[in-house]
Structure formats: C-alpha cells, structure tokens
Design a protein around this ligand. Structure first.
Ligand code: HEC
Ligand code: HEC
Length: 257
C-alpha cells in the first residue's frame, strides 16, 4: 500500500476510534466488503480505475469527488444513504453495476461508511442533501386518451428543451450528443429514452425525479427551475409513448419505494 493512503487510513481510524470503538469495526467491515466486491471496478483508491474499468462504458464511478448521479436530493448535494443503498442493492440498469442483493442492512451500513471515506465532501455538513419531496404522477397519465392529448404539448416541450441532446425521436442521437463529456472527462452519451429500462429508473415517477435532481457531473441538468410540474408530466407522457417493448427475458432493476 502506498504511504499516503496508509497514513490517511491511520489518521481516519484514529479519528473514528476516538468517536466510538464500534465505528472502527464498521469501517474495517466496510473495507473488507469493498475489497471483495467493489474494488475490481471502483479501484483500490476509489478512483473508479479498478482492473475491470478500462473496458467499461460508462466507467465505474470515481468515489473521490463525492459527485453522484443517482440521487433523490437537489442538484449540487450529496445523495441520501437510501440512494446509495438503492444503487448498491439493486444495481444500475444498462451498466456493469449489477445488483448486490446478498448484503444485509449491517453490510450496507458498513459499505457506506467505507465508501464515504474516499471523499472529504462527506465531512461537510452543508453538502448533505435533503430528500426532495416530489409529487405522485397525475391520474390522467393512466388514461390513454388523456395522456395522448397532454403528450402533444409534451412533444413541443421536448423539442425545445431536450432534443438537442436526446434527439427528436428521444433515441439519444441529438446534434449535441457526440460532443458531450462528463465531469470525469469521459464521453457521456445522452440516454436513449425509448429503452424499457433506464439507469435512474423508468417509471413516470423516476423520470420526474431525474428531471428534478439532474444527474450530477453530466450535461443532464436539473429542470426544477426550468419546467413547471405540469410541463414535466407532459414531457413524460410523450416519452412514455415512445417506449420500446421490453425483451421478455430481461428484468429491470427493482423500483424504488
Ligand atoms: C463490474 C463493475 C462494478 C462493480 C463490481 C461495482 N460497481 Fe459500482 N458502478 C459501476 C458502474 C459501471 C457504475 C455506473 C456509473 C454510471 O452510471 O455512470 C457504478 C455505479 C455505482 C454507484 C452509483 C454512483 C452514482 O453516480 O450515483 C455506486 C454508489 C456504486 N457503484 C457503488 C458500488 C459498490 C459499493 C460496489 C461493491 C459492493 C460496486 N459499486 C461494485 C461498476 C461496478
Ligand atoms: C445538454 C444535453 C441534455 C439535455 C438538454 C437534456 N439531457 Fe437528459 N441526459 C443527458 C445526458 C448526457 C444523459 C445521460 C447521463 C448519464 O447517464 O451519464 C441524460 C439522461 C437523461 C435521463 C436519465 C436516463 C436514465 O438512464 O436514467 C432522462 C430521463 C433524461 N435525460 C431526460 C431528459 C429530458 C426529458 C430533457 C428535457 C427536458 C433532457 N433530458 C434534456 C443530456 C441532456
């Protein structure tokens, strides 16, 4: 182990031991689980450069900056513990990040402690995000005729706000698509929104959450102050009409509560 991480580890442990003896055991359990199950992709130093990372697209998340895409917290804030637990336990559709359903609550808690030790951002109380309270989908979304009427307005809004990246057909091939890079310097293609399974969830309420939170570190900003709730549901109604059928053999990740 390089000197610097070893030193940081010692200092980190010292601080933890001073807080409470159990914290050290939890940290060590988290480190053990991380080394067994995560390091291969996310890297020994949490920089996303594990042995397997090179061939993967998208790349495993670097955990060192404290920037997370899949959150229920406002843009610019850290994710909630439940967001992290969800990503780990259910995996992320269409990526190499599989579901780790075998972990107990205790394992997950330990993993979070270790995962958070990679970035100083977790030690800043003003970076902790409050879960956004988001509305349930409107009842008209369930009514085919009504949803189709609303989708007409949705199509117009999509052209105005989304198609430059996601393409006129929502297939992810907008004119700006090829130029996009994420904050980690990797190519960042806009999602093909017609796919039956999406990384941040595919249900209407998941799409709404994505629009509310944005995906940190990518060109997918939060539309919280850009589009009204009504406009967002209209766009979602249109996206749902473009959806391709799911192949019968594939299951999506487990939906959030
Ligand atoms: C086979 C490679 C692989 C393994 C093993 C793996 N991950 Fe991942 N992980 C990824 C990829 C790829 C992503 C998706 C990044 C993206 O969508 O940009 C990801 C995403 C994540 C995210 C979500 C990041 C965000 O931006 O919201 C978390 C949290 C995470 N991984 C934690 C873990 C933990 C903890 C483990 C071990 C229990 C683990 N991963 C194991 C490849 C892996
Ligand atoms: C400036 C480019 C850009 C614009 C404009 C944009 N997006 Fe995105 N969007 C992206 C990128 C890039 C991603 C993929 C991020 C990733 O997964 O790394 C994305 C991802 C998404 C996702 C998540 C897909 C998933 O797999 O979970 C949804 C939903 C989405 N966009 C909807 C929209 C909607 C609706 C609009 C218009 C209101 C919009 N986007 C506008 C670039 C953009």
């Amino acid at each position: 182990m390089a000197l610097l991480p070893a030193l940081l580890l010692l200092l980190g442990c010292g601080a933890l031991m001073a807080q409470q003896p159990d914290a050290l055991a939890q940290y060590l359990q988290g480190r053990f689980l991380y080394q067994q199950h995560c390091q291969l992709c996310h890297g020994e130093r949490g920089d996303g450069r594990g042995e397997m990372a090179a061939g993967l697209q998208p790349k495993p998340r670097s955990l060192r900056q404290g920037w997370f895409k899949y959150r229920s917290t406002p843009s610019g804030f850290l994710p909630s513990d439940d967001d992290l637990r969800h990503s780990i336990a259910n995996g992320i559709s269409n990526t190499a990040m599989g579901a780790f359903r075998q972990f107990s609550e205790e394992d997950l808690d330990a993993l979070l402690v270790y995962l958070k030790s990679f970035s100083r951002r977790w030690r800043k109380p003003d970076q902790i995000g409050k879960v956004m309270s988001l509305p349930e989908p409107p009842s008209w979304l369930e009514n085919k005729g009504h949803a189709a009427t609303q989708a007409v307005a949705g199509a117009r809004l999509f052209t105005q706000h989304c198609s430059a990246c996601h393409g006129a057909k929502a297939d992810g091939r907008g004119p700006a698509a090829a130029m996009l890079r994420d904050a980690w310097g990797e190519p960042s293609p806009p999602a093909d929104l017609r796919q039956p399974f999406l990384r941040n969830g595919e249900r209407a309420k998941d799409l709404y959450r994505t629009l509310a939170t944005g995906l940190e570190g990518t060109a997918m900003i939060s539309f919280e102050s850009v589009l009204s709730p009504q406009q967002r549901w209209q766009i979602i109604a249109w996206i749902l009409l473009q959806r391709l059928p799911a192949p019968p053999t594939l299951g999506g990740s487990k939906p959030r509560p």
